[in-house]
Design a protein around this ligand. Structure first.
Ligand code: FAD
Ligand code: NAD
Length: 445
């Protein structure tokens, strides 16, 4: 069987490795328009902010790794069309040569692209996006310029907040804008996001929330001012981080899609064409909190969905367990993690939810050093009492792993009452006998 994979980043790589390692004997052709593969964008801010010195360790796979296992890897080769009837992929190589690849099974792993704000002046120099390694390099080069002193970051989601920290670490003045009232509004309720906002403000980042960019003005072709619905600000550079959209144009007129263009898949990653699978950011994904398919762009989901597609194409039926969109962020030592829905997100999706909050020290009360406060919120459906979300925030790093337990609870449809008496270990170095997670659950109305 000949399997063609379009897109060789996290999702495409996971599918290719599963097929090559577990189901040998197939012809695998991997096509990507980029010159590199496997770039972990999550490391961009760490590198640009000089928390790590070099970007090279942010790559974990090379074309040679797949060629050594028998695959054909075509880099700098852009797919321009797919004929789903003839089962053919048309592409152009880096030398301009037209290529046609026939397939028995096709894996779409074209990922996502940043949303471009449709406002006046967005073609000016000095306006950046952060998705590719090359875009990270361009931002890094800008940060090195003495003339770039004041930077506007638009969108205080994950990428925006992380790059705001990096810019500050490089000695820049940073203005962080978001249409919502707080940072991280898609992931955390306001009471939680406020903690991050205080942390950002304390570090000297200028916060402009409830503000929408309406125009970029320039001087000699380079951005020099940003105009919002409230005011205008002189800046030397802009970084746009207002979210991703599925990069599905190659297939969206032929295959079924969600309203946002993500290619609809079932729990086997199969699209509306049985010979075509879609994985990662280009595809829909099943949310256990929502109990329906939705769009959640994360590297962790990309890897899992690639593995699922690989097994199903290889001949071993495997159903995805669904996801919770579990995520985390660490900014100037302030750590937040969440999974499933916030109260706000649950209500937006039509769920009738309640929540329980608790706050305590991370470690036992009699440890007075390095013992930070933890805030927790657990969100549950009022009628069924099933847990649909959790949020944690603290300067303590110990909170990080806890969110995974809530992820499993949501996947397994556990109720807030089942959590209340769960057996959690106790050791003073890490927690208290009255663990804040179970106390929050015990307090649920
Ligand atoms: C700055 C940043 C930080 C992030 N941090 C995190 C994090 O901490 N945790 C997390 O879980 N996620 C994080 N993400 C999100 C994560 O990177 C994405 O969810 C992930 O990259 C999706 O992987 P993918 O393989 O589906 O798609 P992509 O990474 O978008 O890859 C798609 C590939 O398809 C190729 N392609 C597209 N169209 C064509 C075509 N026509 N022809 C040939 N090739 C094509 C592209 O060149 C690309 O290589 C971050 C993203 C960014 C940008
Ligand atoms: N730590 C992580 O897990 C991590 C890190 C980086 C990126 N990612 C993922 O990558 C994807 C893209 O990240 P992102 O930060 O671009 O998206 P995001 O969805 O996290 O944040 C986008 C932000 O932009 C704001 N916004 C939207 N339109 C706006 C406008 N016109 N003006 C001002 N603000 C506006 C939104 O309110 C939102 O807060 C997401 O799926 C994210 O989860 C994850």
């Amino acid at each position: 069987m000949k399997i063609v994979i379009i897109g060789t980043n996290h999702a495409g790589i996971a599918a290719a490795n599963t097929l090559l390692d577990k189901y040998p004997g197939h012809e695998i052709v991997m096509i990507d328009r980029n010159s590199n593969m496997s770039y972990l964008g999550c490391g961009t801010a760490l590198w640009v902010g000089r928390q790590i010195d070099q970007p090279h360790e942010l790559f974990y796979a090379r074309p040679e790794d797949f060629e050594a296992k028998g695959a054909t890897v075509l880099t700098e080769t852009e797919v321009s069309a797919i004929d789903f009837q003839k089962k053919q992929v048309q592409a152009t190589s880096k030398t301009g040569e037209a290529l046609v690849e026939n397939y028995d099974k096709l894996i779409l792993a074209m990922g996502s692209r940043p949303i471009i704000p449709k406002i006046l002046g967005n073609e000016l120099d000095g306006i950046h996006f952060l998705k590719l390694f090359q875009e990270g390099q361009a931002v890094d080069e800008e940060f090195a310029k003495e003339s770039v002193k004041r930077i506007a970051v638009i969108g205080a989601g994950y990428i925006g907040t992380e790059i705001a920290e990096a810019a500050k670490r490089r000695g820049k003045e940073v203005l962080l804008f978001d249409a919502e009232a707080t940072s991280l509004a898609s992931y955390y309720d306001e009471d939680f996001a406020k903690g991050m906002d205080e942390n950002l403000a304390k570090q000297g980042i200028e916060l402009h929330f409830g503000e929408i960019a309406q125009e970029f003005k320039g001087t000699n072709g380079r951005v020099s001012q940003i105009v919002t619905n409230k005011d205008s600000y002189d800046v030397d550079m802009v970084i746009n981080c207002i979210g991703f959209t599925a990069n599905s144009a190659l297939a969206s007129d032929q295959l079924e899609t969600l309203r946002n263009g993500a290619i609809k898949v079932d729990k086997h990653q199969q699209t509306s064409d049985p010979d075509v699978y879609a994985v990662g950011d280009v595809a829909s994904i099943y949310s256990n909190a929502l109990q329906d398919f939705t769009y959640i762009a994360l590297a962790s989901n990309a890897v899992r969905s690639g593995i699922v597609a690989g097994h199903n194409i290889g001949g071993q039926p495997l159903e995805s367990a669904g996801v919770q969109g579990s995520n985390g962020i660490s900014i100037f030592g302030y750590n937040m993690t969440s999974t499933g829905f916030s109260v706000k997100a649950a209500e937006k999706f039509g769920l009738d939810v309640s929540y329980t909050d608790f706050e305590d020290k991370q470690k036992a009360w009699f440890l007075h050093e390095d013992n930070d406060t933890v805030k927790i919120r657990i969100v549950y459906e009022k009628e069924s009492r099933r847990i649909v979300g959790a949020q944690l925030a603290s300067y303590s790093e110990i909170i990080a792993g806890n969110i995974n337990m809530f992820s499993l609870a949501i996947q397994e449809q556990k109720t807030i009452d089942e959590l209340a008496l769960l057996d959690l270990f106790f050791l003073p170095h890490f927690n208290s006998p009255y663990n804040y997670m179970t106390v929050a659950a015990l307090n649920a109305k």
